[in-house]
Design a protein around this ligand. Structure first.
Ligand code: SAM
Length: 237
């Protein structure tokens, strides 16, 4: 997989892409990154990439010429171009899984008050990481990269992410590690029993409990008959 990033702050994203699991994925050849400084296409002596909004108003808007100049070669190279934008479709586990299957992504980071509207004509998709506004698209791009690259085969084992929250349509079950007793708080005995069938049943039941309590909206559509039977037993607790 290849991911190109267009930004006016390359330094904001370089370190996270070299660090931890994403950095190891790069070393293993699972993913390669290209970071493009938008100022290379900036206008005039000051390599300007922004200007005042037509019609007046606060802040500056990113001009189309530098963005078109940065994006068009990436499109021609076959990239699926994604603009990070609060007005985009929400990033979800399902969208991350879809993007993990795309061989070449190009992520475009906005700044200031956002981009000239005409830039939307050269992107394939717009993605938002949530209903709040950040100062730029670099952190959203990193969030998207992290969510996507961990799903690309060779980054982490499939077993590690297929049980994660949202992958199965639910939140994950509670996890415990040593010590067995900590400040008077114990570990559910079933997890120490060595009975894998019972452990699996307990985990599914606790995932259902947590999802019903915290995100009941996720349960619709995620349940099979066995889950419905387990859910009914929660009412007996
Ligand atoms: N004026 C814009 C609006 O109200 O939608 C917000 C612009 S924001 C200050 C600057 C840039 O940050 C955006 O162009 C976008 O690239 C990025 N950004 C901010 N919040 C975001 C979010 N929730 N999801 C994705 N990108 C975001």
């Amino acid at each position: 997989m290849r991911i190109d990033v267009v930004t006016i702050f390359p330094e904001l994203i370089e370190v996270p892409l070299r660090t931890s699991i994403i950095g190891r994925a790069v070393e293993a050849g699972v993913v390669e990154f290209g970071i493009h400084d938008l100022r290379a296409h900036g206008l005039g002596r000051h390599r300007s990439v922004d200007d005042e909004p037509y019609g007046g108003g606060a802040g500056m808007v990113m001009r189309p010429e530098p963005l078109f100049a940065a994006i068009e070669p990436l499109r021609e190279a076959g990239a699926h171009v994604v603009l990070l934008d609060p007005a985009g479709e929400r990033l979800t586990d399902a969208l991350a899984r879809h993007l993990a299957g795309v061989a070449h992504l190009a992520l475009v980071c906005g700044r200031y008050e956002g981009i000239d509207e005409r830039v939307r004509t050269v992107v394939d998709r717009e993605v938002s990481i949530g209903d709040y506004v950040l100062t730029g698209g670099e952190l959203p791009a990193l969030v998207l990269i992290d969510a996507v690259v961990r799903l690309v085969p060779g980054t982490i084992s499939q077993a590690s992410h297929e049980g994660d929250s949202f992958a199965s349509g639910m939140l994950e079950y509670p996890q415990y590690t040593r010590p067995e007793s900590f400040r008077g708080l114990g570990v559910p005995p079933v997890l120490l029993s060595g009975n894998h069938g019972e452990v699996d049943r307990w985990r599914r039941r606790e995932a259902l409990r947590r999802t019903r309590e915290r995100r009941p909206d996720l349960l619709e559509g995620a349940l099979d008959d066995a889950d419905r039977a387990l859910l009914a037993t929660l009412d007996d607790d």
